[in-house]
Design a protein around this ligand. Structure first.
Ligand SMILES: [Zn+2]
Length: 177
């Protein structure tokens, strides 16, 4: 950030009075431009024994498989965001959603939150951000071609928990290596 989005003034990187970390602060109007983590809301769409994955038609991770997920928009709940992404990426409508995983990625300032949900019918198609959308049995999951570590972790937890049929909310973190 170089210029203030409020007044166009120059931005300085300093610790404001009473704060304890560096912020983008406007030299002119004194506005402090806080930057906070982004939330990515997603779903694990389940149809009988299979899970729906989307192959990405956009960067990053073009061509890799993912669960439907995306950045939350202002004005929506996390659940609404997760459902919206599922429609946008897979034209899939879920019911019976339950909170399932929260994956923190502190070094890139992201938090992923996934809900488990049921597809009433195997009806779906690739949205504009997907090359293709498919249902996978556990043994068919393309583990080497999963787009994001957060998705891989969520799927691993999911299939492990499915053995017992009990799905506690899983919290996990991905740290810089
Ligand atoms: Zn300003």
């Amino acid at each position: 950030m170089k210029y203030c989005s409020s007044c166009g003034g120059d931005i300085e990187h300093r610790i404001p009075e009473g704060d304890d970390r560096h912020r983008h602060v406007c030299d002119d109007c004194e506005t402090i431009h806080y930057q906070n983590p982004c939330i990515i809301a997603g779903c694990i769409p389940v149809y009988q024994s299979r899970v729906l994955l989307c192959r990405r038609a956009i960067e990053p991770a073009y061509g890799y498989w993912t669960l439907p997920a995306g950045f939350m928009e202002n004005g929506e709940t996390m659940l609404e965001g997760a459902l919206r992404e599922c429609v946008e990426e897979a034209n899939a409508h879920l019911h019976s959603l339950e909170l399932y995983s929260m994956i923190d990625i502190p070094h890139i300032n992201q938090v992923y939150v996934f809900f488990r949900g049921e597809l009433a019918k195997p009806e779906f198609s690739a949205g504009i951000e997907s090359l293709e959308v498919e249902l996978f049995e556990e043994h068919q999951i393309p583990w080497d071609n999963i787009a994001f570590p957060s998705v891989k972790k969520t799927l691993k937890h999911f299939f492990k928990d499915r053995e017992s049929g009990v799905f506690p909310v899983r919290t996990d973190a991905i740290r810089r290596k």
